[in-house]
Design a protein around this ligand. Structure first.
Ligand SMILES: Nc1ncnc2c1ncn2[C@@H]1O[C@H](COP(=O)(O)OP(=O)(O)OP(=O)(O)O)[C@@H](O)[C@H]1O
Ligand SMILES: [Mg+2]
Length: 255
């Protein structure tokens, strides 16, 4: 863990967790996708949210970011009760959701993509400096600044998605299956980018279907099974028996 993240988590431990989910239930019509979920994340830490297809991972992310209504329970972020807040207000408060798929504009250049996400920064020189900083942090993007995003490799597109998040000075990033469909080398690139973001002090919820890499990255881990929290704790205590027991052997040995 970086120095920044260690200091940040020490600061907020006394003030309570950065994110606290209490008794969260989310429904799609009559179907309950997430049931009575209790989970918290401290500032500067990373949480791996794991589960097989359809276990409710993205639903949790959507509920946190205001994209689906909460049927019951409360969500506190930075001490504020954000339950029921509209998505744009949650985003502005610094909780950034990177959805499945890339969330970038393929017809715009890398630079245009970054400028667009930074456009919330009113001050012009500050805005330009933020875009420059994002490109310094991700050299492959700097080298391709004038290329259309559609021409980037899958891993570079995820890198751009993370760089876009960075320009918004996120407090909490919820990254949904960034490694999905990527070749192993590209997955390495994505995890290196996540480490960089973590080094800036950002708190990260990493949603993954495959456990091994996510557990290496995140201090803490939560397992969802059919919308219910089946296990949570420190990643180092999540033995392969636990992971395989809840997720099945294939998920436990995946990327
Ligand atoms: N818009 C929707 N309308 C109705 N049901 C939905 C909707 N989105 C998801 N569901 C259902 O809710 C449950 C949880 O889905 P969710 O997308 O949260 O799972 P997930 O863990 O993210 O899965 P995956 O690993 O495949 O992305 C599933 O049974 C799914 O079919
Ligand atoms: Mg999902």
């Amino acid at each position: 863990m970086s120095l920044v993240a260690t200091e940040a988590s020490a600061t907020t431990d006394s003030a309570g967790p950065l994110l606290a989910i209490q008794d969260l239930t989310v429904r799609y019509g009559l179907a309950t996708a997430v049931r009575n979920l209790d989970l918290s994340v401290n500032q500067g830490q990373a949480l791996a949210l794991l589960g097989v297809n359809g276990s409710g991972k993205s639903t949790v992310a959507r509920a946190l970011s205001g994209l689906v209504p909460v049927a019951a329970g409360r969500i506190h972020f930075q001490g504020h009760d954000i339950t029921g807040w509209p998505a744009h207000k949650i985003r502005r408060a610094g909780l950034i959701y990177l959805p499945e798929g890339r969330g970038i504009f393929p017809d715009l250049t890398v630079l245009e993509n970054l400028r667009l996400s930074a456009c919330v920064i009113k001050n012009r020189s500050e805005r330009a400096a933020t875009v420059d900083r994002a490109m310094e942090l991700f050299p492959p993007l700097k080298a391709r600044a004038k290329n259309h995003a559609a021409l980037l490799s899958g891993g570079e597109q995820q890198m751009l998605s993370l760089a876009r998040a960075l320009t918004t000075s996120p407090t909490l990033i919820v990254a949904d299956e960034l490694s999905l469909g990527l070749a192993p080398k590209m997955v390495d690139m994505v995890f290196e980018s996540l480490e960089l973001l973590k080094g800036t002090g950002a708190t990260i919820i990493l949603i993954e279907q495959y456990a091994a890499r996510a557990l290496e990255f995140a201090e803490n881990c939560a397992l969802l099974q059919r919308g219910v929290l089946s296990w949570h704790g420190e990643s180092r205590t999540a033995t392969s028996e636990i992971i395989a027991g809840y997720l099945g052997g294939a998920a436990a040995t995946g990327v």
